[in-house]
Design a protein around this ligand. Structure first.
Ligand SMILES: Nc1ncnc2c1ncn2[C@@H]1O[C@H](COP(=O)(O)OP(=O)(O)OP(=O)(O)O)[C@@H](O)[C@H]1O
Ligand SMILES: [Mg+2]
Length: 235
């Protein structure tokens, strides 16, 4: 479904990713690991179209999307949940969710498009808090809102950048359960950037580890123990 072919990325003259090749199959859950500053967020942004690829190709559903702008990628089925969640604090939960629709359908159509029922089914708390301002939600609620907003576009692939960052363990479990349901019930493939190895191993089929912008190793989480990659993550 998603294939990266030797993708590179840079900020100005400073190259941060080189020769990154990876794939995510239909309905597959793949985790992307690496130390702080390794280039994980840059890679997700490059896939979402928010950062230009300096080299290589991004293939999605059989088409080369390397040159497409973000909303065109959203329309083709790529949902993105940024690191730090990207909630609009002064907009209500409902308004934040509607922006998700606008990302896919454009402003006009987005106004009339309906939020999929499964969004509230997966995250009932959002129905209860729908008129509350995003900035007043707890960290866990904001993360649920960020995932729900991306799901509103009915993606085939969800890019998740550290969804458990800064959350207490019980909330992390809720997020874990939600990701498993999203995958099982909606058949959405995911590329999940994570800090916590245990979490990554508990949900992912395969893993990639990037180190200083290059691919260090990859494998299957059923065949490799998590501790065989721990040295690539700890400082
Ligand atoms: N807007 C920017 N301008 C210049 N350099 C940047 C910018 N954003 C990130 N970088 C640099 O690019 C490198 C990769 O950053 P990136 O945010 O992709 O890492 P990361 O793996 O997501 O890290 P973390 O685990 O801390 O989120 C880092 O050296 C970072 O300082
Ligand atoms: Mg990051």
């Amino acid at each position: 479904m998603l294939t990266l072919e030797r993708v590179g990325a840079a900020y100005g003259l400073s190259r941060v990713l080189s020769e990154i090749s990876l794939s995510v199959g239909r309905g597959e859950l793949v985790t992307l690991l690496g130390r702080n500053g390794a280039g994980k967020s840059t890679l997700l942004r490059t896939i979402a179209g928010l950062h230009p690829a300096a080299a290589g190709r991004v293939i999605f559903a059989g088409a080369d999307i390397t040159g497409l702008v973000p909303y065109e990628r959203a329309r083709r089925g790529i949902g993105y949940v940024p690191q730090g969640r990207g909630i609009f604090p002064h907009l209500t939960v409902r308004e934040n969710l509607r922006l998700g629709l606008a990302a896919r359908f454009g402003r006009g159509e987005g106004r009339n498009a309906r939020l999929p029922d499964h969004v509230f089914d997966l995250f009932p708390v959002l129905a209860r808090l729908s008129e509350r301002k995003g900035g007043l939600l707890s960290g866990g609620e904001q993360q649920q809102l960020a995932i729900a907003r991306a799901l509103a576009t009915k993606p085939a692939l969800l890019l998740l950048d550290e969804p458990t960052e800064g959350l207490q363990p019980s909330i992390v479990q809720d997020i874990q359960a939600a990701l498993k349901r999203i995958r099982r019930e909606l058949n959405v493939a995911m590329l999940l950037v994570e800090q916590y190895l245990d979490f990554a191993w508990s949900v992912a089929d395969r893993f990639y580890v990037i180190q200083r912008g290059s691919m260090a190793t990859e494998g299957n989480t059923r065949e490799r123990a998590a501790d065989t990659v721990a040295h690539l993550l700890s400082v």
